[in-house]
Design a binder for this molecule. Structure first.
Ligand code: ZN
Length: 313
């Protein structure tokens, strides 16, 4: 059985009318997994608020501020409770090696800032909790956007490695290839990159990085906004590609949990979530072709990274 961590309360999180990060994102996936006997939906466990890795002033701000934190991210009277619940879903998913089907997302939240629909950094907190058990954790972030918040929190850590694949030169504007250093690899993808480019990146850079770092646990920031159908991005991934990426991670370890970040086309999100669940269950996922792909030069990225990472030489 694959465990999907879900609490109904996450449907009460509302940004604003017409906002892309909406409750229907979760509902659409629930509809699709209801009839799958190999999926078990579980509630989050309760943890302590002390797990929040953020600065105290920032936590207090999320508790007390009302209004727009940034142009796209609102703070309401129930935001603190809902964001905390998403953290608990992430921690539960890490415990049960499952899929956190929760919102709000988290990877744009740094130590003392939020934004990009994020308040608390679910994945960085889950990674940190795992390191308390002596585990080395690799965070793989294949959301369309660079996880600037995650990078902000984990940079310099010896026990956490962060790899992000994202469309370059869009929000939040960080994550250039040149920013790759020590425990961080940033792989910005040009407009039009799709399945083949991503598979090259896995084979040439990501899988070697996983083997070099040798994590005890892999956490994935999953966003289906890099899907060709997504309205926010210009990348060309197909739904099944997300399942294939999951298989690649599972080939290394079964100690894996997937946390939902972005993805704003309801069909693409529900399909990609299901492809991931299939892969976690060990079912076969067939890769189709991106409908239109401008292949990016992964070899060139690797040549650049070779100067910084011995394991790529
Ligand atoms: Zn995103």
């Amino acid at each position: 059985m694959v465990k999907v961590v879900y609490d109904e309360i996450c449907l009460t999180h509302i940004q604003d009318y017409g906002h892309p990060e909406r409750p229907e994102r979760i509902v659409e996936t629930l509809k699709k997994i209801q009839d799958k006997p190999w999926v078990e939906i579980v509630s989050s466990e309760k943890f302590s608020e002390s797990v929040l890795l953020h600065d105290e002033e920032y936590i207090e701000y999320v508790k007390t501020f009302r209004g727009y934190m940034t142009g796209d991210t609102i703070v309401r009277s129930n935001t603190y409770e809902l964001a905390l619940n998403s953290v608990y879903c992430a921690l539960t998913a890490a415990r049960c090696k499952g899929f956190s089907l929760s919102r709000p997302p988290g990877h744009h939240a740094g130590r003392n800032f939020g934004g990009g629909f994020c308040y608390f950094n679910n994945i960085a907190i889950a990674a940190h909790e795992l390191t308390k058990e002596g585990k080395k954790v690799l965070i793989l972030d294949w959301d369309l956007h660079h996880g600037n918040g995650t990078e902000n929190i984990v940079e310099g850590r010896k026990d956490i490695f962060y790899i992000s694949l994202h469309q370059g030169w869009i929000y939040p504007g960080t994550g250039n290839l040149e920013d790759s250093r020590d425990n961080i690899i940033d792989l910005p993808m040009p407009t039009g990159a799709g399945n083949q480019t991503y598979l090259d990146a896995f084979d040439e850079i990501i899988v070697p990085a996983i083997h070099h770092f040798a994590p005890d646990f892999i956490l994935v920031s999953h966003g289906s906004d890099a899907h060709w159908r997504d309205p926010l991005g210009s990348l060309e991934l197909t739904s099944d590609a997300y399942g294939v990426f999951t298989q690649k991670v599972c080939e290394y370890t079964k100690n894996i949990a997937i946390l939902l970040e972005g993805g704003y086309d309801l069909q693409a999100l529900a399909e990609s979530n299901c492809a991931i669940l299939k892969a976690l269950q060990g079912k076969d996922v067939r890769l189709t072709r991106s409908p239109s792909e401008t292949k990016a030069d992964v070899a060139k990225m690797k040549r650049f990274l070779k100067n910084r990472y011995e394991f790529l030489r």
